[in-house]
Design a protein around this ligand. Structure first.
Ligand SMILES: [Zn+2]
Length: 147
C-alpha cells in the first residue's frame, strides 16, 4: 500500500517530464533526423543538448570544437524560406522572434571567439536534403580546429 502510494506520483511526474521536454522543443523532428543521419553514417563522439555552451548547441563535437544548431525556421527567422511572423499578434511575435535571432547571433559570436566552429542547420534544409546537411556537418568536423 505504502509503496504503490509512493510509486504513483513518480509515474505521473515521468509522464509530465516527458511532455515538458517535448514542449521545450528537445528531440524535435529535424534534430532527430540529423542525429539519426549522423549515426547512420557512422559518426560518433558527439553530445546532444549540451549545457554550458553559448546558445546551447543541439549537437556538439567537443574535441573538434564544432557546435551544431538545428533551428526551426519560424522560431529563428530562417533566411532561406523567410517565413514571416504571423500577422495576427505581430506585436507579440515580432519582438519575441527578434530576441531569438539576437540571442542566436550572440551565441555564434561567443563560440567563434572561443575557437569553435558553429554550424547552423535550418529545418527547411533538413527537409530539402538531409545528405547536404550531413555533408556540411561532417566537413566542419573533419577540419582540424584552429589555434
Ligand atoms: Zn527555412
Amino acid at each position: 500500500m505504502a509503496t504503490s502510494a509512493r510509486r504513483c506520483p513518480e509515474a505521473v511526474s515521468e509522464t509530465v517530464s516527458r511532455t515538458m521536454s517535448r514542449i521545450r522543443g528537445r528531440d524535435t523532428g529535424p534534430e532527430m533526423a540529423v542525429r539519426r543521419g549522423l549515426w547512420a553514417r557512422g559518426v560518433r563522439g558527439y553530445r546532444v543538448n549540451v549545457k554550458g555552451l553559448p546558445g546551447r548547441p543541439d549537437v556538439v563535437f567537443r574535441k573538434r570544437r564544432v557546435a551544431v544548431f538545428i533551428h526551426g525556421c519560424f522560431w529563428h527567422r530562417c533566411p532561406h524560406c523567410k517565413r514571416r511572423s504571423p500577422k495576427a499578434h505581430a506585436d507579440y511575435w515580432g519582438p519575441k522572434l527578434d530576441r531569438n535571432v539576437e540571442r542566436d547571433r550572440e551565441a555564434l559570436v561567443k563560440l567563434e571567439a572561443d575557437g569553435w566552429t558553429a554550424v547552423v542547420v535550418w529545418e527547411c534544409e533538413v527537409k530539402r536534403s538531409l545528405d547536404d546537411v550531413l555533408d556540411r556537418i561532417m566537413g566542419a568536423v573533419a577540419r582540424p580546429p584552429e589555434g
